[in-house]
Write a protein that binds this ligand. Structure first.
Ligand SMILES: [Zn+2]
Length: 73
């Protein structure tokens, strides 16, 4: 695994999406910020709260994340 494969999870539009790249420590996406996800959608970032972390994981992002780290389908 290399650093290029890093991604992070971000609640957005009622799902938790994976976002390519590393989120530097202490930083976060602004609410309403447009982010491009591993499932190749452009979504609006939601606030990270206990509630939004309970949103269901985006299946397409999960598959893309698995492919990135080499998990067999
Ligand atoms: Zn997604």
């Amino acid at each position: 695994m290399t650093t290029e494969l890093k991604h992070h999870w971000q609640p957005a539009e009622k799902q938790r999406h994976a976002v390519p790249g590393r989120l530097p420590a202490g930083q976060k996406h602004e609410v309403g910020e447009r982010i491009v996800t591993l499932c190749e959608r452009s979504v609006e970032a939601a606030q990270r709260t206990e509630l939004t972390w309970l949103w269901p994981t985006c299946g397409d992002c999960m598959e893309a994340a698995k492919r990135r780290i080499g998990v067999p389908a």
